[in-house]
Write a protein that binds this ligand. Structure first.
Ligand code: MTE
Ligand code: HPA
Ligand code: MOS
Length: 798
């Protein structure tokens, strides 16, 4: 078993903490072991100095107009009349556009469902749906004008919640999925013990720091250039073309970086891009749409909230024998990505555990709310929260340590290794990771000590939990698992790398630069990563499913390999050496006995008319998935990890403090340990925020009440764990042939937040001497914790 290595993060020049010494300091992250390097983020300096260009920082073209949407104020209604005269009358307003002004198709469903008009026609389906856009010289005027529309509605019954949707027999936005193995009914019937329950799991606002934004500039003969804060430039290109009724070759979409996406810009970014393009088309001027934070929160989709019902059969030793689960999700008014999101929840409702007999069923429910969408983990975290609730139920029912229940039920190797979707788990390392983490952080001793302390503490109760994650890597839509790249070597030996992935802070571009540095033997300053554009790499997939580095890394490597082959073949001939004797090293290119500098080699190759540019392509091998049969190998591999959280809750106020968190995470042979540790830390915090403080509230009319940072609370610096130790699993290269044997790291660590939820639950369980499962719902806000404590206290003594 691989040994964990502690990452030490410290300033290299501790004593003289001046700006000058910091600038002179080498990279402050010290990595012990492994071949990977912790190159700092390619934009780190610009991020902190404010020089990094986000969409709204692009110098504005002459004659730019501003676009602001007019939103529905009913959750479900027929539009009887739309009077926009007062809107048009505001000084500076150039025009007001409705669905009638869309030159092509008024349709932006990303999954071909034709259920998502860009601008409402005669009906509105949620409070916040865009009905028209105001195009004005000035953004403030446009915002003011947008509120002056006189709209009369015929209100229709609105379905807002999962419960209402089920009661009304609401439509599904996607085919329900069923996964099963074995005979769950018999399994449940024959189990010595059985229990059932339900958990409500809340949604989550993305709260990317940079809101949704797009800038469209018309060109000649119908060309449209679009800058969009999008995770999926190709889809944005296709949507703009569709809405304008033009071929895709007239539309180019470009994105240098996002100020966060987190899944919220996988499809939702299409809306401002299309609306800006419609305005640019109508006015012949460049048009920008930068959503106000409130409009952004009211208009765009969020993480799906779920209600999961579970029925589990087990024995006194805590062995799970059968699991039946129904996972119902609030999808909102249109399909968007809800189908694959809910599917992924089912793919993760086993987390790291083998269920001998199992059945999972999905209910993707249509509601009159924002169309919920991708969000870090893509439904997987919700499935895992349900799986961990089942573990907890069994632990409190049997009196076992939840960690022991976990360890007894993890997937085996060669046996007990088949998932509910009939994919074999070939590398079950969850129990080893949990065991190692438990030892490293002294879980068992601390657990005993906490329980003892709780006996003497009436108001402050402490809890601890250690939870695993097993996360499937690949898009479940198999065709998405492809990528392209375009690499240019210029005659001065400098290199430009382009690929289909987008940068949203996760460090993808840095990793791509590292691949080029390593392959060509170059320093960082000789490799330039450019903005992502559909003009350089076409037909790309969203940067999502954590697969950005896996897919684009291999495509970049492919492009570089082609150029290297040509250079090697040229050099072998030119210097009369064998091809095997040519190596690209940091000192230069070793050509037999001669050391040739990279620029000299490139120049010589150019004069010999050797092409110094190449595209690259990659598709993930081995994967397939059939939703009809519920069987396949949807994932190339799994990423693993475990987290141990210790919390203190205050029974008077309901507040939680995260005292200590230890995480051991599997990033394979990490491409960049510093960046990966950043992803783990950030993912954990975002996951803990989702489960403890971020709460979405809609009023009775279906209006989102929590539409600004004043009412929607995300974790602040002060909410981070007081002690926070993050380690990478060392010497754990991916068994599959991924880019340099690394593993995807973007989403899996989000799930580590589950340890906090379980620790809060453990603290609450102290109220009933650890004999009753608190059945804590999420988000476990102070109110929710107080309610749960009250419910527990009212239960008869045990
Ligand atoms: N990290 C930062 N800083 N900002 C982001 O928006 N998005 C997450 C994750 N980490 C995100 C992030 C999500 S939802 C995904 S799918 C991955 O990054 C996408 O990037 P990758 O595939 O290159 O890891
Ligand atoms: N994950 C993330 N985004 C996606 C997926 C997925 O599996 N499928 C389509 N978009
Ligand atoms: Mo990430 S939710 O797959 O964009």
């Amino acid at each position: 078993m691989a040994e964990a290595v502690k990452m030490q993060v410290k300033l290299a020049s501790g004593e003289q903490d001046t700006l000058e010494s910091r600038r002179a300091a080498p990279n402050p992250v010290i990595v012990t072991g492994g071949a990977s390097t912790s190159l700092k983020h390619e934009s780190a300096r610009m991020h902190v100095s404010g020089e990094a260009t986000y969409l709204d920082d692009i110098p504005e073209p002459r004659g730019l107009v501003h676009v602001v949407p007019g939103l529905s104020t009913k959750a479900h209604a027929r539009i009887l009349s739309l009077d926009l005269d007062a809107v048009r009358a505001v000084p500076g307003v150039i025009c007001v556009l409705t669905h009638k002004d869309i030159p092509g198709h008024n349709q932006v469903s990303p999954v071909g469902k034709n259920d998502e008009p860009l601008l409402a026609e005669d009906m509105v389906f949620y409070y916040g749906q865009p009905i028209f856009i105001v195009v004005a010289e000035d953004r403030h005027q446009a915002r003011k004008a947008a509120r002056l529309a006189k709209i009369t509605y015929e209100e229709l019954p609105a379905i807002l919640t999962i419960a209402q949707a089920r009661e009304a027999g609401s439509a599904l936005v996607w085919r329900p999925l069923e996964m099963k193995r074995g005979d769950v009914d018999t399994g449940l019937m024959n189990a010595p013990r059985r229990l059932s329950g339900r958990i409500t799991i809340g949604g989550q606002e993305h709260f990317y720091l940079e809101g949704q934004a797009a800038l469209a500039q018309p060109g000649e003969e119908g060309e449209m250039r679009v800058w969009s804060s999008t995770q999926h430039p190709t889809e944005t290109q296709h949507m703009v073309a569709h809405v304008l009724d033009r071929p895709s070759n007239l539309v180019t979409v470009e994105i240098r970086r996002m100020g966060g996406g987190f899944g919220g810009k996988e499809t939702q970014a299409n809306i401002p891009a299309c609306l800006a393009a419609v305005a640019a088309n109508a006015t012949g001027r460049a048009a920008k749409m930068r959503l106000d934070r409130d409009d952004d929160m009211i208009m765009t989709g969020k993480r799906h909230d779920f209600v999961v019902e579970y029925d589990v059969g087990f024995d006194d030793a805590g062995h799970i024998l059968a699991v039946d689960m129904v996972l119902a999700a609030r999808c909102g008014w249109s399909a968007d990505l809800s189908g694959p999101v809910i599917d992924r929840a089912l793919f993760h409702a086993d987390n790291a555990y083998f269920y001998p007999d199992v059945r999972f069923r999905s209910e993707p429910l249509k509601t009159n709310t924002q169309s919920n969408t991708a969000y870090r983990g893509f439904g997987g975290p919700q499935g895992i929260v349900a799986a961990e609730r089942v573990i907890e139920e069994i632990a409190f029912a049997t009196g076992l340590d939840p960690l022991d229940v976990r360890l007894r039920n993890t997937y085996g190797t060669g046996t007990r290794d088949l998932t509910p979707y009939h994919m074999t788990v070939e590398d079950s390392i969850a129990s080893e990771i949990m065991t190692q983490l438990a030892e490293n952080c002294d879980y068992r001793t601390r657990r005993e000590a906490l329980r003892e302390a709780n006996r003497h503490s009436p108001y402050i109760r402490r809890g601890i939990a250690l939870t695993p994650v097993k996360f499937g890597i690949s898009f479940t839509a198999t065709h998405y698992n492809q990528a392209g790249a375009l690499v240019h070597v210029y005659t001065d030996g400098s290199v430009q790398v382009n690929h289909g992935g987008t940068e949203m802070g996760q460090g993808l571009h840095t990793k791509m630069v590292q691949i080029a540095m390593r392959e060509f033997g170059l320093t960082e300053d000789r490799v330039r990563i450019t903005a992502t554009t559909t003009g350089k790499v076409p037909n790309t997939s969203a940067t999502a499913a954590s697969s950005g580095a896996d897919l684009n890394g291999m495509a970049v490597l492919d492009a570089i390999s082609k150029i290297k082959h040509r250079l090697i073949s040229f050099a072998a001939d030119h210097w009369q050496v064998s091809e095997q004797d040519i190596q690209f090293e940091p000192e230069g290119v070793q050509v037999g006995e001669t050391l040739v500098s990279f620029p000299d080699l490139v120049k010589a190759a150019y004069f010999a008319r050797v092409s110094l540019s190449s595209n690259g392509f990659y598709k993930t091998p081995k994967i397939s998935w059939n939703a009809e049969t519920g069987r396949g190998r949807p994932f190339y591999y799994f990423a693993y990890g475990a987290a141990c959280a210790e919390v203190a809750i205050d029974l008077l106020t309901g507040e939680t403090r995260i005292e200590r968190v230890d995480i051991l995470h599997d990033a394979g042979q990490s491409l960049n340990p510093a960046i990966d540790i950043g992803q783990i830390e950030g993912g954990f915090i975002q996951g803990a925020g989702w489960l403890t403080m971020e709460e979405l509230v809609w009023d009775k009319a279906g209006k989102l009440s929590t539409h600004a940072p004043s009412t929607y609370k995300i974790p602040a610096c002060s909410d981070r764990p007081h002690i926070f130790n993050v380690s990478l699993l060392e010497a754990a290269p991916n068994r599959e042939a991924t880019i340099f044997r690394s593993k995807a790291v973007g989403e899996p660590p989000f799930v580590h937040g589950v340890a906090v939820l379980q620790a809060i639950s453990d603290a609450l369980a102290s109220l009933k001497n650890y004999k009753i499962c608190p059945q804590l719902d999420t988000p476990a806000t102070p109110e929710c914790i107080l309610r749960t404590a009250e419910r527990l206290r009212a239960l008869s003594e045990v």
